[in-house]
Design a protein around this ligand. Structure first.
Ligand code: SAM
Length: 272
């Protein structure tokens, strides 16, 4: 299977799981992705209509700028990638500029700079919404023009609408015949692990339950819904009515004494 790599690094990115996920999404006329992140899955779908959503406003502005401006936006975003901006001092200056900027286009370009220059590409915000990941000390971060061009090309295959909403609002627009792929922040693997925080918001147990209820409702109304999460007793209970596929994934988990281990992954499939 030949796949397109996303141009952003993203926590929980699904690029390496595409071979397992894509076959379950085949045949969509309209594709809906409520938690798009780096859009690894959307990029590799071919539905003529798509709704790509994420609650991170800077991320969605970045996608919209590429879609509407193409190369002109890429040139602007590339202007932040120089040898002078790859220093600790410049990084913290640009991070502060991002945090005080109100122009959405400037924030979008700076988000890309931060994604490629911050430690591990972390897109991490504090409770007040301030971006706070540290400098990554990479030798020479590359401007991802080729990847952005692939993204632009995908947006031109039919009609894609980028939205920045809570997933509950996205589900309100799901129709019979849609194919929906959900990749929410995952349930914690243990009761002591923290809930995932992406854009300063915390995705807690009520969110997980609301999502499961909306998934079941969309399916009962004629949509195909596929969802990723950790494979735990909790997610098995939430998605008891689905066809469940499981596999092991090597992923980073901050866990005392063991930085990396295998976390079982679940794919819940509700085919219309
Ligand atoms: C696991 S990541 C998705 C990763 C993506 N599939 C990829 O391959 O890069 C989860 C995403 O959900 C978004 N998110 C968190 N809470 C949300 C909410 N309430 N509604 C919509 N999106 C949300 C986060 O900003 C984050 O990008």
């Amino acid at each position: 299977m030949s796949t397109v790599k996303p141009f952003l690094k993203w926590a929980g990115g699904k690029f390496r799981l595409l071979e397992r996920i894509l076959p379950e999404l085949a045949g969509a006329r309209r594709y809906v992705e409520p938690f798009a992140g780096s859009a690894a899955v959307y990029l590799n779908t071919d539905a003529p209509e798509a709704v790509v959503n994420d609650m991170n406003a800077d991320l969605i502005t970045l996608y919209r700028c590429i879609q509407t401006e193409g190369e002109a936006f890429m040139d602007y975003a590339a202007s932040f990638f120089t040898s002078e901006t790859n220093t600790e001092t410049a990084f913290y200056e640009l991070r502060a500029r991002f945090n005080s900027a109100s122009d959405p286009r400037e924030r979008a370009a700076l988000l890309l700079y931060l994604n490629k220059h911050a430690y591990n590409g972390l897109i991490r915000y504090n409770a007040k919404g301030g971006y706070n990941a540290p400098f990554g000390r990479y030798k020479a971060p590359q401007f991802p023009r080729a990847g952005m061009r692939c993204f632009l090309e995908r947006t031109r295959q039919g009609r894609t609408v980028f939205t920045c909403r809570d997933f509950r609002e996205v589900f309100a627009g799901v129709q019979a015949g849609d194919v929906v792929y959900c990749d929410p922040p995952y349930v914690p693997l243990s009761s002591t692990a923290n809930f995932t925080s992406y854009a300063g918001n915390v995705f807690g147990p009520e969110d997980q339950e609301d999502l499961a209820a909306l998934v079941r409702r969309a399916h009962s109304q004629g949509a195909t819904v596929v969802l990723s999460n950790h494979d735990t007793p909790q997610t098995r209970a939430l998605y008891a009515g689905a066809r469940i596929l499981t596999f092991d994934v090597q992923r980073f988990i901050s866990c005392k004494g063991q930085a990396r281990h295998r976390a079982p992954e679940l794919l819940a499939v509700y085919r219309a």
